[in-house]
Write a protein that binds this ligand. Structure first.
Ligand code: FAD
Length: 639
């Protein structure tokens, strides 16, 4: 139903300069007045650090909270491959309209076209901003910025800094943030775990955070709150995300009234190092950029036992090149992951348990030499060797799909405001331009577009239009949020069980990857929902959280996160069940073509599903219809 859904505030009129028109029409606030207004930013990844630095530069008094001990530890630091931008530096004719079209098509037409257009327009400015900050992007011999290709695009538009692009971009944003800290405009509060949102008369006005060293609960209030808390792939337990990546801040906001959009749209990345044993708690990504030079293949014969170099060319199946001659190894992630899994399920996989495929750089090394490949991917090659024990210059890497990125997140309108007035959501935490499948190298672009360019304008517009008094930290709404948080903590600490949190998290992850992973079907989703409900009840009765509420308590931190993952997992399963079509990474086995490709249902599902929390019963599913004017939905083909 659409009734009850807030206005997404999509600009009317021509798409091409819609953002410029919108921005120029937004009200402003004088720098003097800004200095009297507090803004809360949760998270110091690319989205949070860039937003906080820019808002402080504009003059606001900004408080930044992060559970890390330093902003530089935010999970963005792990991003490897690159950041997209339409700058047409290469000679392949890239343009804003091409990036727009690739993004909308890559997301399988389940994103707003106005948002995709804005992202493509802003992309070039992001590179300028980062270069000005000193981000050491790779350069050609003549000094111009170098690019490479990523999946789902036929042009070379990905800017990179070896295999450490996220780290370098984050250092740029970090420097900008620390400059504001130094100037006294940003108060940086590290080791604060945000556990509850505070709303006053339905408007977001603060958060409750637990100090991770003292265990004390703190109340922070402000005129507006920005959640930049990253993605929730760790609902699968094993993922490429940092161990502490979580859903808590956005999940608590959801329970306070923020709609959650398309929670089941989760990306399983095709090129990760396969899991080694059952006690493993983290998976490692091998950047998709390796597919620029690496060829993905499997032996043609099931049960092949020879070493890869002993298998002749004629007995190899370069399956992505065979199935998708146009895009070959650069097919988007959802397609590449599905194909790898199908072949492994058919007994063609290699390595322990037949759960991997080869990613082979031999041809590229032969053609260009080891040094050229090392210059492009050196740190990735070293990382692979350290983890697997094999030298990827000599032996093909073994890779397998793993949970990686979440396209779903809190619903936001064109201004990045959630359905709770005054609550903005940026970066991976929101549901925005990636639709049902994010193309590689576009998350960094989106996080920085949100933080450096969009939120600073739209947050100001909100504050200008909604003057408000400061909220005292002993306001009844703050006391109530504090009390709710205290109760949740004491329930966990006082649980009489004997099972450590990780055991439950691992079990939850295994249900989720099985029922709501690369492919899904109705019966599995229904069973998964029951399994998660049962597991949650067991968690409540049987979990053991040792230690005290005061002082550091890593098990308590985990327990709070896993408790929230249980709620989210159920919503993901419901969402996947309700979406009776296949689109992007959401592959419903019932809805596929004869060739095993996703079959979309544009008549019934060309919408964003936005779920509302319902204290008295099942969550409510709203839908925001998607309009396409510049590019009509077409069947996504990479053949
Ligand atoms: C291994 C890997 C490689 C990747 N490579 C690329 C790439 O090459 N190109 C690309 O475009 N994308 C890539 N991505 C995706 C991209 O890195 C992320 O989508 C992006 O960095 C997310 O940025 P963010 O600012 O939204 O969140 P994050 O960087 O995850 O930051 C979240 C912040 O929120 C804080 N936080 C979270 N919860 C709480 C809480 N409850 N209380 C207080 N603080 C909290 C954390 O401390 C942190 O500061 C990659 C992802 C992975 C996992």
């Amino acid at each position: 139903m659409t009734e009850g859904l807030p206005d997404p505030r999509i600009p009317a009129g021509p798409l091409a300069d819609a953002w410029r028109r919108t921005r120029e029409g937004l009200p402003l606030i004088s720098p003097l007045r800004k200095g009297q207004m507090d803004v809360l930013v949760v998270g110091t990844g690319l989205a949070g650090a860039s937003a906080a630095a820019t808002l402080a530069q504009q003059g606001y008094r900004v408080t930044v909270l992060s559970f890390h001990d330093s902003p530089r530890r935010a999970h963005s630091v792990a991003a490897q491959g690159g950041i997209n931008a339409a700058r047409s530096v290469a000679v392949d004719g890239d343009s804003v309209s091409r990036l727009f079209a690739d993004t909308l098509k890559g997301g399988d037409f389940r994103a707003r076209e106005a948002g995709c257009q804005r992202l493509a327009e802003i992309s070039s400015g992001i590179i300028d901003q980062c270069v000005a900050q000193g981000v050491p992007f790779a350069r050609e011999y003549g000094g111009s910025l170098a690019t490479r290709s990523f999946g789902g695009a036929l042009v070379s538009r990905t800017f990179y800094a070896r295999g450490q692009t996220g780290q370098q971009l984050l250092y740029g944003a970090y420097q900008a943030l620390m400059r504001q800290v130094e100037l006294g405009r940003v108060q940086l509060l590290t080791r604060r775990d945000v556990l509850e949102l505070i709303t006053v008369d339905g408007v977001a006005r603060g958060v409750v955070a637990r100090h991770l060293l003292s265990g004390e609960l703190e109340v922070h209030t402000a005129r507006t709150v920005l959640l930049c808390t990253g993605g929730y792939s760790n609902v699968y337990f094993l993922s490429t995300n940092a161990l502490k990546s979580n859903t808590s801040a956005i999940w608590r906001a959801h329970r306070k009234g923020a709609l959650f959009a398309n929670p089941c749209f989760t990306q399983i990345h095709p090129t990760c190092i396969p899991s080694g044993d059952v006690f493993q708690s983290k998976l490692t990504l091998m950047s998709e950029s390796l597919r620029n030079d690496g060829r993905v293949w499997l032996p043609k014969n099931p049960g092949e036992s020879r070493q890869p170099d002993a298998i002749p060319e004629a007995e190899r199946d370069y399956f992505l090149e065979r199935l998708y001659p146009t895009y070959g190894n650069m097919t988007p992630r959802d397609v590449a992951s599905r194909r790898a899994r199908e072949l492994c399920n058919a007994g063609r996989g290699v390595g322990p348990g037949g759960r991997s495929v080869y990613l082979d750089l031999t041809d590229a090394i032969r053609a260009e030499g080891k040094d050229a490949i090392a210059a492009r991917y050196g740190n990735l090659m070293t990382m692979y060797e350290r983890i697997s024990g094999d030298d990827p210059y000599k032996k093909p890497m073994r890779i397998y799909p793993a949970p990686h990125y979440t396209m779903g997140g809190l619903w936001v309108d064109y201004h990045l405001m959630s359905s709770i007035p005054g609550l903005f959501v940026l970066g991976e935490a929101n549901y925005s331009e990636h639709g049902a499948n994010r193309l590689g190298a576009s998350a960094l672009m989106q996080g920085l577009a949100d933080g450096y360019f969009i939120a600073p304008s739209t947050v100001t517009a909100w504050l200008a239009g909604n003057p408000a008094q400061d909220v005292a930290t002993d306001h009844p709404a703050c006391r109530e949020a504090l009390e709710t948080t205290r109760r949740r903590i004491s329930q966990l600490i006082n649980s009489a069980g004997n099972t450590p949190v990780d055991g439950f998290h691992r079990e939850l992850g295994s249900v989720m990857i099985d029922r709501c992973g690369i492919s899904r079907h109705a019966d599995g989703l229904r069973e998964g929902l029951e399994q998660v409900k049962t597991l949650e009840k067991r968690f409540e009765a049987e979990v053991r959280v040792p230690g005290e509420t005061s002082g550091p308590n890593a098990e308590l931190e985990k327990a709070l996160r896993v408790k929230d993952f249980f709620g989210l997992a159920q919503l993901m399963l419901r969402d996947a069940l309700a979406r009776e079509e296949s689109c992007g990474a959401h592959f419903r086995e019932e809805h596929q073509s004869d060739e095993g490709e996703a079959r979309r249902d544009d008549v019934n599902f060309a919408h964003i599903a936005a779920w509302g929390h319902n204290t008295n019963g099942e969550p409510i599913r709203y839908s925001e219809p998607l309009q396409f004017t510049a590019l009509q939905p077409s069947t996504r083909s990479y053949k």
